[in-house]
Design a protein around this ligand. Structure first.
Ligand code: BG6
Length: 490
């Protein structure tokens, strides 16, 4: 059974407390943790938003959200009784003083508590919010500020945001969310690499041919199309989630799991990424955009139809990334992500090299090299393909079979949502699962070069039918290196 260690009494203040993220993710996550008894009776959750609303109306709204977003059996009336008493609502417009005064009145008497400000707001408001918090005397030694992604849309805008917040909070108090780092299976990557003697000696260019990281979604952009159109897959998924996964696979073993040791290693990987320039962008990347097609047997519209306009924004990207250091020289990392692909899956494929020499009749290129597939979602687990002898009296036939470890089957406990873990880490004051400023900076520097190369070479997205694995150019990108994308069962 998992151990649930209670956290110290806190005041968690959510800016954008009635918004989608708050209703869909943050409040259900907090409810779950309360259900497991991790909160002291005095801990409070304060939601802020511009809309006029009474406390009662807000509590009703939260109840509705929990009933919608929690599994039916998770909404327990006794827990709700306890949880609803923690909820406070304050009408607050960042630019006018009234709400700030009410917030100060509520928080002041408990000035020694751990105080967390969660900014579920557009990034343009991060700096101003931090300034107002400071001007109203609400920041104390134990305060923390949580920034939702995206932190900027390029390196310069990210710097501006980080400077704006950094004037009032020191780096140790700033928690930049990448929800992938809160996923249980993503954390398992560290356990897999550093708690097993078996893998680390093989984890390098000598034994690994290449790595593939795929994060595919079957959903389209739907009602987020307007936001998405200013963002695109490169900024929305690669700059953060995909690069974080790449870092966790490629980094050197940190001295410990201490937050700075971990992040020091990740940043070295980001700095070692070979720049993609106008010269190699057409070979190293593929941009795609879905057109109409069928997903799960249902006809779906194209991206431009959803948006209501022609657009040059990519909903798919594939990249060959090279990490220029001793460990990975000559072992490429292929990244691919997109919307309206055939399925929702996130997985990392570690493709080992072929055996050095075959003693069997089969030539060594006829013997399937070992492959480790780390499935992050769904059906979380690890599968290692091993070559075995097929039973039978005559001949010696080799066959690759999987050693399959399913976390779902092994641990009966359902997986907590990433936000549960991340919120608890903020309350405990552990920033290991959050992005440090220099990481954000380094990730944007690499991404900006790709964007600039696309712009300067006029590389437009190629259309792909919804429900397929992106433009054929994506298969060509990897095929050019005599490799192919892994599909389950391939
Ligand atoms: C978000 C992106 O960060 O991650 C979304 O903005 C994407 O576009 C989502 O759908 C995917 O997250 P998950 O946890 O569903 O894989």
């Amino acid at each position: 059974m998992a151990q649930f260690v209670p956290v110290d009494t806190f005041d968690l203040v959510i800016f954008g407390g009635t918004g989608d993220l708050s209703q869909r993710k943050l409040l259900p996550a907090l409810f779950h943790r309360d259900r497991d008894g991790q909160f002291t009776p005095e801990s409070r959750i304060v939601a802020l938003s511009r809309g006029e609303m009474t406390n009662e109306a807000f509590i009703k709204l939260v109840r509705g959200a929990l009933e919608t977003y929690l599994d039916e059996d998770k909404f327990e009336p006794e827990v709700w009784d306890r949880f609803s008493k923690r909820l406070h609502y304050i009408t607050l417009d960042i630019t006018t003083p009234d709400g700030w005064k009410s917030l100060a009145r509520l928080l002041e008497p408990e000035s020694n508590r751990c105080r967390v400000f969660y900014l579920a707001l557009i990034p343009a408001l991060f700096g101003e919010t931090a300034k107002q918090l400071s001007e109203h005397g609400l920041i104390n030694e134990g305060s923390r500020i949580v920034l939702e992604k995206p932190v900027g849309s390029d390196r310069d805008s990210a710097r501006e945001i980080n400077d704006g917040v950094g004037r009032f909070f020191n780096e140790r108090q700033i928690y930049r969310i990448d929800h992938y780092l809160g996923k249980e299976t993503v954390q398992n990557l560290s356990a897999l690499r550093f708690a097993n003697a078996l893998l680390e000696p093989l984890w390098n260019r000598t034994h690994i041919d290449h790595v593939q990281i795929t994060v595919s979604e079957h959903i389209g952009t739907g009602n987020r199309a307007q936001f998405y159109d200013r963002t695109g897959a490169l900024r929305d998924m690669v700059q953060n989630h995909m690069l974080q996964l790449l870092c966790l696979v490629a980094m050197e073993p940190p001295l410990s799991m201490h937050h700075d040791e971990l992040r020091n290693e990740k940043i070295k990987v980001l700095r070692a990424l070979r720049p993609i320039t106008p010269k190699n962008v057409a070979r190293a990347t593929v941009r795609g955009q879905y057109k109409q097609g069928a997903v799960d047997g249902q006809a779906v519209p194209g991206y431009a139809d959803e948006l209501g306009a022609e657009s040059n924004t990519e909903t798919f990207v594939a990249i060959r990334a090279d990490v220029d250091n001793w460990r990975w020289q000559g072992t490429p990392f292929y990244l691919r992500t997109g919307k309206r692909l055939p399925e929702k899956t996130s997985e990392i494929v570690i493709q080992f090299r072929s055996i050095a020499h075959s003693i069997f009749e089969e030539r060594e290129d006829g013997i399937e090299p070992n492959r480790l597939v780390i499935r992050l979602q769904p059906d979380e687990g690890v599968r290692l393909s091993m070559v075995t002898k097929e039973p039978g009296p005559g001949g010696f036939t080799l066959r690759s079979l999987p050693l399959n470890l399913s976390f779902n089957e092994t641990y009966e406990l359902g997986y907590p949502d990433a936000y549960e873990r991340l919120l608890m880490e903020v309350l405990r004051g552990n920033p290991a699962l959050f992005m440090r400023r220099d990481e954000v900076d380094a990730a944007w520097s690499w991404i900006d070069k790709i964007r600039n190369a696309w712009d300067s070479t006029g590389m437009a997205p190629l259309l792909y039918s919804a429900g397929t694995w992106g433009p054929t150019a994506s298969a060509v990108l990897i095929d050019r290196d005599d490799r192919s994308w892994y599909q389950d069962g391939s």
